[in-house]
Design a protein around this ligand. Sequence first.
Ligand code: GDP
Ligand code: IMO
Ligand code: MG
Length: 423
Amino acid sequence: MATRVVIGTQWGDEGKGKYIDMLAGSSDIVVRFSGGNNAGHTIVADGVKYALHLIPSGILHNGKTCIIGNGVVIDPAVLLKEIDGLNAKGINTDNLLISDRAHVIMPYHKELDELQERFRGEASLGTTKRGIGPAYSDKTERCGIRMCDLIDSEAFAQKVKENLKVKNLIIEKVYGGQGFDADKIIAEYSQYAYRLRKHVADVNAFIFDAMDKGKNILFEGAQATFLDLDFGTYPYVTSSNPVAGGVCTGAGIGPVYIDEVYGVLKAYTSRVGAGPFPTEQNNEIGDKIRELGWEYGTTTGRPRRCGWLDTVMIRYAARINGLTGLAINHVDTIGKIGKIKLCRAYKKDGVEITHFPASLKELAKCEPVYEEFDGWELDSDKVRKYSDLPGNAKKYLERVEELVGVKIKLIGIGKDREQTIMV
Ligand code: GDP
Ligand code: IMO
Ligand code: MG
């Protein structure tokens, strides 16, 4: 049995989906454990592009069980659209299981996400407006609606009515918005319940049984370490725990069952939404990275902010997640930039530091300390092993390994699942 976890080490969009899809080939079960449809995971398999938001990226492999764990928040309309989209492309989704404990995103969550962002004005977080934050808030406030409620029409109707008493007051009286009609929501969601019922199960028991039988399980991270509610650049974070520890609470397994944790990173850094970004290149270099790497959001289509790779961040991610290996993407892209910079430390108040401060005020005082490297050209269709890589690429990758203190196990040199070097 092998239990592997794939985690984002930066601000998301590192290319987790590509590796999940690849590692799914040697797994029996793939499990999403956090986030919701704020995630956008792109997979290019045999030249066909797929964008997944909720369904685990293992779905493209026939016969694998794909699980949405209790730590995920589910927008049933989005999930059904994704199921239909995959089915239309000939992908079977019968093996999809959804935790009965996962929370449901309701129309008022999406409305509140929108209104809260508008109300924040200049200080808006740049959320995906998918209702993620308000759904997790209800979970911790203990008024959330779970999948086991969605498929129980009586419980569901009662909870919607209870919730709307308060939500409509907030939406109308605080934000001046338009409240919701309980019966309309109940009618709409009963359609979703009808279709999703067959997928809802006690998946925690299923995972435990599978581990007992020696099955290989892959846990699919969404978002990333610096979007983590506790360890990210708070408050510019998402509302869940996408770090490796989130596997335990978001899928219900004990920490001793985790064998390997892969940290995915890009050979540069990107970020969508607001918040600090020490190595950001808000200039022609950032523009060049964006165009060469095609850095536009998979979920919202927003242009991603781009900058140099920051090893202070990756070292921190290695510690928080207990990384056992790195998976680095876009080694093809960064080579084309020309002179490349790599951040090895921050200078703060005249002193070099290598830790990531909690206070955003302190972080703002940090100036990246860079090392410079020469670029390279590589043919993504020809390079298949480490020794095929240009010397300059190897120099860069070896320095990243040295600064982070974790070995690189996978190297991405293109979008396609085939364009990967296993070290
Ligand atoms: P995720 O959210 O972590 O799964 O990542 P996204 O799918 O949102 O963004 C990663 C983007 O980079 C996608 O467009 C991928 O197709 C692309 N990509 C991933 N790895 C590589 C790579 O090694 N080289 C290039 N050129 N593109 C890559
Ligand atoms: P994947 O899995 C990149 C960002 C949003 C925003 C912040 C809060 O594709 O890597 P939210 O809607 O979650 O309340 O927004 O988090 N964000 C992501 N950025 N990739 C993601 O997922 C993200 N999921 C959330 O842009 O800045
Ligand atoms: Mg993404």
